[in-house]
Design a protein around this ligand. Structure first.
Ligand code: FE2
Ligand code: FE2
Length: 333
């Protein structure tokens, strides 16, 4: 998802009964649904896993601004431009809430940015695909923000307080994002045959990367069990993916668009849609840095970091001056 393949660093899932009595308080608290707060004792592996997960999530929000930023100057009307700018600003805000949530676990924002720019920490694979037409902005809001909501609503109930609380506001904004995307798709599908063809082309290109966003299938997802035990992953990758497909297929039908999957069919016995095989080779290639835009995305972030150096320096100099003035005033008093 926005945080994909987060490794807990543990060889096997903790078993409450097998733990020494002194170490049972933490899992017992998780089981009782009492939120963990920054000042509370927590196992190092829990802290580290959360730092990785929240950090990946924050980077995804920030890098996710780039494919859409590409269309701010070319949005088809002033109204669409204003809506898109508001949406992109929301994503910056999501990044900030999440960096702040991660900082409560004792990691600095500078260190997290350093890890992103050094390629040590990933962001969601979806943002390494290009936005070729205006319809792509519709498809991203509809599919990518739609998938984000699917993943993030359960996280509002996750065990770590600052992360759960950040998610509540983020989810409210994500539902606006999903609707603005669907609204673009509706306008294009009700437009000229050329506009409808653009909408179909965008769906054709974004469908499979969106389905892949939920990460490897449960059978391959070796690190999920401990995260589920800690309640920082509340539904499995395959459960979330199935929910996404079930929700999205009727929306595509409403738009009069065809989902690019010959195996997609309603399964009355399961009460869910069956869907075709996912090209995991593509997913892993993109994760490893070989997607269409990986290099470009990191270059843009690196430039933003370098160009912002003078702002950081000025802010630090200003803070130091103010502190010195306060010290002088205290001495004079
Ligand atoms: Fe977001
Ligand atoms: Fe969003």
């Amino acid at each position: 998802m926005y945080a994909q393949m987060v490794d807990t660093g543990l060889a096997k899932v903790e078993d409450l009964d097998a733990l020494p009595p002194a170490e049972r308080a933490f899992p017992a608290r998780i089981d009782a649904d009492v939120k963990i707060e920054p000042q509370d004792d927590m196992p190092e592996a829990y802290r580290r896993t959360l730092v990785r997960q929240i950090q990946q999530h924050a980077h995804s929000e920030i890098v996710g601004m780039l494919p859409e930023g590409n269309w701010v100057t070319r949005a088809p009307s002033l109204k669409r431009k204003a809506i898109l700018m508001a949406k992109i600003q929301d994503e910056a805000g999501h990044g900030l809430y999440l960096y702040s949530a991660a900082e409560t676990l004792g990691v600095s924002r500078d260190a997290m940015t350093g890890d992103l720019l050094a390629g040590k920490v990933k962001y969601s694979s979806i943002f390494n695909y290009p936005t070729l037409t205006w319809a792509d902005i519709g498809a991203i809001g509809w599919l990518v923000d739609g998938a984000a909501i699917m993943n993030q609503i359960p996280l509002c109930r996750c065990s770590y307080g600052p992360y759960a609380r950040a998610m509540i506001r983020i989810c409210k904004e994500e539902s606006f994002h999903q609707r603005q995307g669907f609204d673009i798709m509706m306008a294009m599908c009700a437009g000229t045959p050329a506009q409808k063809a653009m909408a179909q082309d965008a769906l054709d290109r974004w469908w499979w990367p969106s389905v892949m966003m939920f990460g490897p299938s449960d059978a391959q997802s070796v690190h999920s069990a401990q995260s589920a035990r800690w309640k920082i992953k509340l539904l499995s990758n395959d459960e979330l993916r199935q929910r996404f497909v079930d929700q999205t297929v009727p929306q595509a039908e409403y738009l009069g668009l065809r989902i690019p999957d010959a195996d997609l069919a309603w399964n009355p016995e399961r009460g869910h849609y069956d869907f075709g095989a996912i090209d995991w080779d593509e997913f892993y290639a993109v994760i490893k840095g070989h997607g269409p835009c990986n290099r470009e995305r990191i270059e843009v972030r690196r430039k933003a970091w370098d160009d912002g150096a003078w702002v950081r320096e000025a802010a630090l100099a200003h803070a130091a001056k103010r502190a010195a003035r306060t010290d002088d005033a205290a001495e004079a008093a």
